[in-house]
Design a protein around this ligand. Structure first.
Ligand SMILES: [Zn+2]
Length: 269
């Protein structure tokens, strides 16, 4: 089964980013879990809870689900609570937003299918079967909505262990990400210089507390690739070294502080 929204009908595809954005504005963090299903996938899912173990999750065999026609998608919540936790009427709230975008919500059906959303303006699945015979024929009729110009899609990006999804413009198979989102993904600060007209991404320098021999010190840090790179001079000094740069040998040196040696001498006297 696929989570790829680009497999869906262009109209559904163009609704999704707007719908997700509106949900986000209202504090509802929605994740797409399921989009297009082929015959095998639909019939395997139909078997679940019937001839195979599990709960019943679909009421129809292929090709009578809108998932088989690229007209439906399923969601769950992605806010750290249970994916299907509905104790705060979460799915109802998402359903209300979906209706503003002409989507039908499975929560209105009997029996309910709360995670399910679909666009029914092209007719019921029975109608689609009669008119087109199969999905491939229906797909040939798909056209990109003209007023859009671009296609907005959601894409997952990974930077080391961090995975985030952003809405990007997809044009001729190329994705265009907002530079602000890229900065967010890479943990960079973004700034724009009005005079030079240059947008720059710079590493975020943070101050990190660190304990050295039970004494706390604050060291400037750059987090890159999941590692904290500490300011070498500051960390060296906090550890009791003199830190400097030797021009002739072009090396950074760590040297035990004179005051420390004096103390040692006193100690050994
Ligand atoms: Zn569904």
């Amino acid at each position: 089964m696929s989570r790829d929204v680009t497999l869906l009908h262009p109209e559904v595809k163009s609704i999704i980013p707007k719908f997700l954005e509106e949900c986000k504005k209202q504090g509802l963090i929605v994740k797409i879990t399921d989009t297009l299903r082929n015959k095998q996938e639909q019939n395997d899912l139909y078997a679940q809870g019937r001839t195979k173990p599990g709960n019943i999750v679909t009421w129809v065999k292929y090709p009578y689900s809108n998932h088989n026609w690229g007209m439906a998608f399923d969601v769950c919540r992605d806010d750290g609570r249970g994916a299907y936790d509905d104790s705060d009427n979460w799915f109802f709230k998402v359903g209300e937003i979906a209706k503003k975008y002409d989507l039908s919500w499975g929560g209105d059906w009997q029996p309910q299918d709360k995670p399910h959303f679909e666009l029914t303006k092209y007719g019921t699945t029975s109608y689609l079967v009669d008119k087109y015979g199969n999905f491939e024929n229906f797909k040939k009729t798909w056209q990109q909505p003209e007023e859009e110009g671009y296609m907005f899609i959601e894409r997952n990006y990974q930077y080391n262990d961090k995975i985030k999804s952003y809405v990007v413009i997809n044009e001729n198979g190329e994705n265009y990400i907002k530079i602000r989102d890229l900065a967010d993904l890479l943990n960079k600060n973004i700034s724009y210089d009005n005079d030079s007209k240059i947008t720059s991404l710079v590493d975020i320098i943070e101050e990190k507390p660190i304990m050295i021999n039970n004494k706390e010190a604050t060291i400037k840090c750059i987090n890159s690739g999941g590692f904290n790179y500490m300011n070498a001079r500051e960390i060296g000094e906090a550890l009791g070294y003199d830190v400097g740069y030797n021009e002739t040998i072009q090396k950074i040196f760590f040297k035990i502080k004179k005051s420390f040696i004096e103390k040692l001498k006193l100690f050994f006297k």
